[in-house]
Ligand binder design. Structure first.
Ligand SMILES: [Zn+2]
Length: 117
């Protein structure tokens, strides 16, 4: 539940209600996000690997202004932190294979997180 966003150099931090900080960084014009956009048929894409949110066709400022989108991607940052880098990728891929992207439980969780205030 991000309460306040502030910049610290190129790093960004979110202060949460429970005082747990989620550290993350944002990378613009990512070729990996471009690939994802092409694959998904989406115009603008953000995707997370570990603590990094990779963007394509959306600027960092535009992305950060979209609080719903930020909450969604930060939920994925938390998931990486919770399960560990490789284990989370494995879990995520397995979910996607079994249930598809939309019904992947980690996507469901991230969509729920969008509603948090
Ligand atoms: Zn997602």
């Amino acid at each position: 539940m991000p309460k306040k966003l502030y910049r610290h150099g190129s790093r960004l931090k979110v202060v949460q209600k429970n005082k747990t900080d989620i550290e993350y960084r944002v990378v613009e014009n990512s070729w990996m996000a471009k690939l994802a956009a092409w694959k998904l048929g989406a115009v603008s894409v953000a995707f997370v690997l570990g603590k990094t949110i990779y963007l394509f066709n959306v600027t960092k400022d535009e992305f950060l202004q979209n609080k719903t989108w930020v909450r969604h991607e930060l939920c994925h940052v938390r998931q990486f932190k919770q399960y560990g880098f490789i284990p989370f990728i494995a879990r995520y891929l397995l979910q996607s294979i079994r249930h598809g992207y939309y019904n992947n439980k980690y996507e469901k969780e991230a969509r729920e997180a969008e509603k948090e205030i």
